[in-house]
Design a protein around this ligand. Structure first.
Ligand code: NAD
Ligand code: WQD
Length: 366
């Protein structure tokens, strides 16, 4: 294990801490930055990440995202290069810090890859999550914010998607099922012991980057998701965008999604943490994080061209297997319970993505 030295016997620091699994990744790093920028010095951030989908420069102890956040905030992040499935290592993290609650981002997330590697996905996402919960329970930690996904709703039976929409039916891939299974496990856990407080945040489509342009999304290989693909075309890394289907029953025939700025998501996590102080927040709560507005693929292309001043060549290709036509959130529960609303516009999402992409054409390795 790299990063902090583990102390087998005692906690090295008794400051209250938030454990962030997968905190070196895209949504995790923005949430860590937001928390450090906005919380007092009486709380510390501990990150566990196995770096399977994040970048560390040769010779560095910490992944680049966290190193930059430390530089931006002047604060220290306690980093453990370890896998959430490594029970002994996870126990030591809980021994070393006074963990109050956990934000659990760590997971594999490539939908297509999950179809060819289902065991790896269930191992990391479901088994890993169970291991984390066991270790939390053993250390008396029962507060959890979980990274869920609108994918748990499957094919929408009605729109907008609110939290009462059925979940689990018609899921087309192991990734989506792993998120659904974890939600079911968390419900069982909360039913078994009233001490648990779990907020499962169902993200719609996270995009954008920190307004500084210093941290952002850094996919390995060719991006699977629309926004990083468009950004890489705009910066000249990729030739053209393939638009997956132009015959959907939408405004222009292309798929419609609810894109939400990653900085808004970060604020949503802070809102969820604040809820743990309220007694009504024991048990399991699923909450959508989206804007409530959908944009088509071609609307995204136009908005990105406007923000970047670059052309984004595209051509129509076949529909992608498993895609739905339209997907957007009813985000009113988040407003009522977390006091959260997505504040950033599509223009903000594109401008911030472009600031990151244009200054880091090859991501953190640039
Ligand atoms: P990401 O891949 O950028 O971040 C995940 C991080 O977890 C990575 O740094 C990776 O190295 C780490 N990780 C993976 N498996 C691990 C393990 N077994 N042990 C320790 N660390 C591990 O992904 P992201 O986009 O930031 O997504 C974060 C979470 O949000 C995931 O749970 C994902 O399923 C969920 N989510 C993401 C999206 C999206 O489109 N980005 C949408 C909905 C939900
Ligand atoms: C958006 C739109 C595509 C790429 C995925 C996961 C979901 C969640 C969010 C984690 C669709 C179209 C895309 C391209 C295109 N992740 N598109 N050309 O499919 O809504 O959701 O990420 O939980 O589980 O499934 O997002 O960004 O892949 O696609 O035309 O090269 O862009 O068909 O209409 P999606 P996406």
């Amino acid at each position: 294990m790299g990063g902090d030295t583990l102390n087998e016997d005692k906690r090295i620091d008794m400051t209250r801490a938030i454990l962030v699994t997968g905190g070196a990744g895209y949504v995790g790093s923005h949430t860590v930055a937001y928390l450090l920028e906005n919380m007092g010095n009486d709380l510390e951030i501990v990150v566990v990440d196995n770096l399977i989908n994040s970048y560390r420069k040769p010779g560095q102890k910490k992944p680049e995202s966290l190193r930059i956040i430390e530089d931006m905030t002047g604060k220290t992040i306690h980093f453990y290069n370890c896998d959430i499935r490594d029970v002994q290592a996870m126990h030591r993290v809980f021994q070393n810090h006074l963990i109050e609650c956990v934000i659990h981002f760590a997971a594999l997330k490539a939908v297509g890859e999950s179809v060819t590697k289902p065991l790896e996905y269930y191992q990391a996402n479901v088994s890993g999550t169970c291991t984390l919960f066991e270790v939390m329970r053993d250390h008396g930690v029962h507060k959890l914010v979980y990274s869920s996904s609108c994918t748990v709703y499957g094919e929408p039976q009605r729109l907008p998607l609110d939290e009462t929409h059925p979940t689990g039916a018609g899921l087309t891939n192991p990734y989506g099922r792993s998120k659904y299974f974890c939600e079911e496990i968390m419900k069982d856990l909360c039913a078994s012991d009233k001490k648990w407080s779990v907020i499962s945040l169902r993200y719609f489509n996270p995009v954008g980057a920190h307004p500084s342009g210093r941290i952002g999304e850094d996919p390995r290989g060719t991006p699977n998701n629309l926004m990083p693909y468009i950004a890489q075309v705009a910066v000249g890394r990729l030739e053209e965008l393939q638009v997956f289907g132009s015959d959907y029953p939408t405004v222009d025939g292309t798929g419609v999604r609810d894109y939400v700025h990653v900085q808004d998501l970060a604020e949503g996590h802070a809102g969820a943490l604040a809820c743990f102080n309220k007694t009504e927040f024991t048990g399991f709560h699923a909450i959508n994080l989206g804007t409530g507005t959908g944009y088509s693929v071609l609307q995204m292309v136009a908005a990105f061209e406007a923000a970047s001043g670059k052309r984004v060549p595209w051509r129509v290709a076949a529909r992608r297997a498993g895609d739905v036509a339209v997907n957007y959130a009813d985000a009113s529960l988040a407003a009522r319970t977390l006091g959260w609303r997505a504040r950033r516009t599509l223009a903000d999402m594109c401008a911030d993505t472009w600031r990151w992409q244009s200054t880091h054409p090859h991501g953190y390795a640039t």
